[in-house]
Design a protein around this ligand. Sequence first.
Ligand code: FE2
Length: 398
Amino acid sequence: MSAAVVTPLSAPEGSQINFGAAISGVDVENLTVTLNAANYWETTREIGNLLDADFDVIRDTLFAHQVVVFKNQHHVSPKAQFELTNRFDPAATSYGHGKTLDAKRSILHPDLKTIPHQPQVQVIGNGFIPSYEGLTNFTLRHPHHKTFHKTSIPADLDLSHTRFYRWHIDAALYDLAPPVVTTLLAVRVPAGRTQTCLYSDLPSPDAPSLTVPLGTTAFISSYTAYDILSPADQLFARTTRVEYAPHPYIWMSPSRSRPDGLGLISEGNELPLDSLPEIDESKIQILPMCWKNPVDGRLALQIHPSAVRKLHLADGTVIDDLKEVRDIVHRLQRPGIAPELVYAHDWEEGDLVLFHNRGVLHSVVGAFAEDEVRLFRQCNVAASSLPEGPGPEAAVAA
Ligand SMILES: [Fe+2]
């Protein structure tokens, strides 16, 4: 029996979020400490079932609720964080982006620092850190939308207003399979204030917006994003496959985002394929547009909107006009990020959040002042297999 207690998150006033849960009664670090004790075999024989029972609750909760919050986990080591993350897919071993973060032209390169003794765990955040887990005298930079969006919020509104930086899946989308789960631990969180997150270029009384805690991570359920599509769009989503660009984070590096952070504006800026690192055609990923939940079989509309390059339709047609591809994907995904469907996590120090990377989209949000220090640890591992699509029943109209 597990002592874990699962409490679904309650939706704030006006919100329609239907995902997310908190788990209490499990100490992630102690699970690992016990497993690594000198009397390993004796200990695991004695309480192995209990450990398995705790993990089973965590796993079931993740696939049912997509986002799982543990409070007061300050003491969890990078090793324990990796081991919990890896337990969802024990055959997986390398960080979700492999070594591709090292590529200086990758848009991900400036945002993450690797923990030397646990290379699957990255440090992210904002401000100067004298020393942490073997890293010394380094400066973190919370990504600001002005470095990625085509337009940005005027300077005089920059501390009060913000945008979704980039809605995404944590995935290399070339060679390596998308991680099943990502874990985020809040080590240091600056004092809270709120910001208004805009979906458009400028504030306007008629435009959608969302009040969010400073430096929130925003999540949406890709199951809801699928469920709210029209029957015709659901059929299209079930039967269409998405081809991602090779080396997508280098390919897209000169491109700029729409103001809602949901994909890129098409101006022909993407790098030509012959200027990318060597391309192995067999490593290009063509994935289903809908990914099936491994426990309950629900379908998630799961597309990385910035990395998409072509669409393969059921009748064999390939849409390779990038603007058309992006417009189709944006039309399908935009309803799913409506303000009432966004869960904006209000981080507190010690929060450990697990999210089902194959069932949600997420985005960094917010802009910090330079002296607002934030320190987080992120871990995911490239999965041992690709996500499953809807299967043969996909073409049957609902
Ligand atoms: Fe991410």
